[in-house]
Design a protein. Sequence first.
Length: 182
Amino acid sequence: MRLILLLLTFVATAAAIETKVVKDIPYKDDVISQTPYEQERCKLDLTVPVGAKGFATYVWFYGGGLKNGAKDLRTEYCAEIRESLAQAGVAVVTPDYRLSPKVRYPAYVDDAAAAFAWTVKHIAEQGGDPHKVFIGGHSAGATLALGVVRLPRHGRIISFGGALWRLVIEQGRLGRTPARHR
């Protein structure tokens, strides 16, 4: 029994995909016209599989009622999404966005759209396929993702939200189902 557990541990460890994380990438180009708050908040973290080419990318927005939250909060739910998808060979983009009451609608949707557009424009530089960019989020983050989907100026979006989870699970690249929000 111990030998089986040891072998399973070795296989699971050997199968782990190496990832790299690039933190605090500004996703808006027009720095001169940005407010200091916009410059502070409009950054993203990018987790990519090392050495992979043509991978899919998931732009994921955290929740928080559009009033609180941050891309680097390590809640169990947020961490599982990033780590599970990264281990499945999918890049994960986690943007920050401006929050209420410092800004009002549509500022946070504009931020989300800018983060998505940045990803489509730049993911090939990391080896990703710009035609395989998905978008989704949790709670208020899902609202932002839907807002981006509804904006025609950012091009065709292949999918968002749960469709990517189903894709990863159906391919059998995850050994478990995604956690449910508690």
